[in-house]
Design a binder for this molecule. Structure first.
Ligand SMILES: Nc1ncnc2c1ncn2[C@@H]1O[C@H](COP(=O)(O)OP(=O)(O)OP(=O)(O)O)[C@@H](O)[C@H]1O
Ligand SMILES: [Mg+2]
Length: 331
């Protein structure tokens, strides 16, 4: 039977830039077209879609909210726990929702915390340290080899990443740590740079989740990326493409799918998620991060997978929603 499905989201167009915000401050938020697409898809599956909006809208509407479940893709307002805000409010009100809970979302937004869990589960991830002091690294660095990459610790959508993020010496490293700390008001995550190729693996469902065919990242027409990586500028250009499964050799494909599943389970991901990898020249995969709130935009990975599987985008949303309805005993 059709359900009433609330939709929580943050619109890129609603973001109010504050003084000293970096130009990519609203990068994680969704375009209105993506929200329209998800809402239309929910309706085409026979449900009623109620657009709620962001966490502030949710709080205002809470007293009169009549929904069976909420489809949450909200990124939240600010801070390390921003993605947990909507799930925690919904949990307090006993309203079921699609996707991971506040703990998993908070944990995965913090890449350093995620990596500590990966290490404890023996899941390979690049060597790293986190710091907010550009001068204190030399001792830690002894165990790590240049080139390194410097990222903000708690951001997504390649925020803070430019050609300068890959550093080859101490001077560049210090400069880049200083830039991240000043601009993004958080510590920097410094990792060994994995030269090679890049993949992402999406999963849908629970007990067990379905591991979807891996997607390879092509930059400037090349699958062998070497030192190329995904910068904020590249995301917004046609120099980045997703290529589904075909050219990946079978043993590597199996390794990626197996590691994606272990990562999904390690952080208790629910209903859907996406695990990002770099693979070195000797075919060793490393997990970079897991996204329990991956983009559902029509230009993103889920559409690439749908095309490869010869199904419509709607089918992807149906599977995610179904997984949540079953988990919540609403099916
Ligand atoms: N250790 C690394 N070695 C090589 N490239 C890396 C490394 N870490 C990050 N990158 C590059 O930077 C990109 C973004 O990094 P990461 O996935 O950790 O952050 P993100 O901003 O959360 O990603 P997303 O855009 O998927 O939300 C990767 O897709 C990859 O191209
Ligand atoms: Mg990523």
């Amino acid at each position: 039977m059709g359900k009433i499905i609330g939709l929580t989201y943050d619109l890129r167009t609603d973001y109010k830039f504050r003084e000293n915000d970096p130009p990519d401050a609203n990068a994680e938020f969704d375009h209105p077209q993506t929200i329209d697409l998800i809402a239309r898809t929910i309706e085409s599956l026979g449900h009623k879609c109620l657009r709620i909006g962001n966490v502030d809208d949710l709080l205002k509407k809470l007293d009169n909210l009549k929904v069976d479940i909420v489809f949450n893709i909200s990124e939240g307002s600010s801070g390390r726990n921003r993605e947990s805000q909507v799930p925690i409010v919904l949990e307090m009100m006993h309203i079921p929702f699609v996707g991971s809970d506040g703990l998993t979302l908070g944990l995965s937004l913090d890449k350093a915390m995620t990596k500590k869990i990966l290490i404890s589960e023996n899941i390979p991830t690049p060597k790293f340290f986190e710091t907010d002091d550009p001068t204190d690294n030399i001792a830690k660095l002894r165990a790590m080899k240049f080139p390194l990459i410097v990222k903000p610790r708690c951001e997504g959508s390649s925020k803070g990443l430019s050609e300068k993020s890959r550093v080859e010496n101490i001077e560049q490293l210090r400069e880049q740590i200083g830039y991240i700390v000043r601009t993004y008001k958080q510590s920097a995550l410094v990792e060994e740079f994995i030269s090679g190729s890049e993949y992402t693996v999406a999963l849908i469902g629970n007990n067990p989740p379905e591991i979807l065919p891996p997607v390879q990242i092509k930059i400037d027409g090349r699958l062998k990326l070497g030192d190329k990586f995904y910068t904020f500028a590249r995301i917004h250009s046609d120099r980045l493409e997703y290529v589904c499964a075909d050219k990946i050799d079978k043993p590597l494909k199996e390794k990626l799918m197996n590691l994606a599943l272990r990562t999904y389970k390690a952080i208790d991901c629910r209903d859907f998620g996406r695990v990002d990898f770099r693979v070195d020249q000797d075919n060793n995969p490393y997990v970079l991060e897991i996204n329990p709130l991956p983009s559902l935009s029509s230009a993103d990975v889920f559409t690439c997978i749908a095309n490869y599987l010869n199904v419509r985008y709607e089918e992807m949303i149906r599977r995610i929603l179904d997984a949540a309805l079953t988990r919540c005993g609403l099916n």
